[in-house]
Design a protein around this ligand. Structure first.
Ligand code: NDP
Ligand code: ZN
Length: 348
């Protein structure tokens, strides 16, 4: 199928309109008309090749919401017209221990990313959601529950699952004391989800500019990370810290905020970190961990959780041709919300 999207052709080039082919429908495939796509900081990292593994041209976008256009002969879960979603993965082996446990993101053969990945059958480059259409095998298609606002729910597919997954791994619930560092796309969802789980949530930011916003999302207070007195006053107060900072940094200054046996989960920076210090880890048996998106079943779970608890991402809707300006704004990190592209603004 012929389609159109916006692609980066090199790290220093802006995204521009790109005509390309989506694969012909296989028996297990669902063909989707994309209605909305969220703008994740990973899209920007990939377009600019910050991680060194981008394959160009790349059509970014892995927070995809749309409508089923056509289904292959073997598809049983979806029918034409259904509202569906696609997140960060579009395939995996589905037969290893990790896939069997619903942890397709850790597939032993490697999961196939929604963009800049390689199709397991044809070997062609996968292309993401900044486009009119996508073709994805049924197992990697999610159902948008009734009651979730289609225009706002796209960020759940990455920002939502990436923060929900560690909150589940570390058993957050009523009474848990959770801090969230970096109040952007991931951070603002972490606050909303942890608050809905009954946790006491504290936001940590570079300034107090986002305070009113994040209090309205369910945080109880905001700590400014450069204020040493405030940081010291909050020592030993948290069970779990979700760190979404998207650049090289030292996680050490946040460790003393954790109580004994507490964990700081790094989900933001992918790659090199600044030099760190083990003392706050030794002194409180505190841990540092990582977490990568979440499995398909858990992604469906967070979509359903958001519908049940009336959680919606804070969305700033943009047109497709505004994407390069949106990337510039994302770099500044001033938003406690997510850009979402209204795909009706892209003409075939
Ligand atoms: P955003 O840009 O929306 O938010 C990041 C936030 O981090 C900003 O709002 C800002 O918050 C803070 N920040 C920005 N720059 C700096 C800086 N130089 N120093 C300290 N803090 C800073 O990004 P996303 O939430 O979309 O993504 C965050 C990171 O998570 C990205 O690196 C992305 O690639 C990664 N990611 C990882 C996933 C995983 O599976 N582990 C999945 C998805 C994304 P404030 O102003 O409050 O300080
Ligand atoms: Zn993402």
């Amino acid at each position: 199928m012929k389609t159109i999207g916006y692609a980066a052709h090199a790290s220093e080039k802006p995204l521009e309109p790109y005509h390309f082919e989506r694969r012909a429908l296989r028996d297990e495939d669902v063909s989707i008309e994309i209605l909305y796509c969220g703008v994740c900081h990973s899209d920007l990292h990939t377009a600019e090749n910050d991680w060194g593994w981008t394959q160009y041209p790349v059509v970014p976008g892995h927070e995809i919401v749309g409508r089923v256009l056509e289904v292959g002969s073997g598809v049983t879960k979806y029918k034409v017209g259904d509202h569906v979603a696609v997140g960060c993965m579009v395939d995996s082996c589905l037969s290893c221990d990790q896939c069997h446990q619903g942890e397709e993101q850790f597939c032993r053969e490697g999961m196939v990313g929604t963009y800049s990945g390689q199709d397991r059958i044809s070997g062609e480059l996968t292309q993401g959601g900044y486009s009119k259409h996508i073709v994805v095998r049924e197992e990697f298609v999610l159902r948008v529950p009734k009651g979730l606002d289609l225009a706002k729910c796209a960020p759940i597919l990455c920002a939502g699952i990436t923060t929900y997954s560690p909150l589940r791994t570390w058993n957050v619930g009523p009474g848990s004391r959770v801090a969230v560092i970096g109040l952007g796309g991931l951070g603002h969802m972490a606050i909303k989800i942890a608050a809905a789980m009954g946790a006491h949530v504290t936001a940590i930011s570079r300034s107090d500019k986002k305070k009113q916003q994040v209090l309205s999302y369910g945080a109880k207070e905001l700590l400014v990370s450069s204020d040493e007195a405030v940081m010291q006053a909050h020592a030993n107060q948290f069970d779990l810290i979700i760190n979404t900072i998207p650049v090289k940094h030292d996680f050490t200054p946040y460790m003393p905020l954790l109580d004994i046996d507490g964990t700081q989960v790094l989900v933001g920076q992918v790659g090199e970190l600044a030099e760190s210090n083990s003392v706050p880890m030794l002194l409180g048996r505190r841990r540092v961990a990582g977490s990568l998106i979440g499995g398909i079943a858990q992604t469906q779970e967070i979509l359903d959780f958001c519908a049940l608890h009336n959680i919606l991402p804070e969305v700033e809707m943009i047109k497709m041709d505004e994407i390069n300006d949106a990337f510039d704004k994302l770099k500044q990190g001033d938003m406690a919300s997510r850009f979402v592209i209204d795909m009706s603004s892209l003409d075939v």
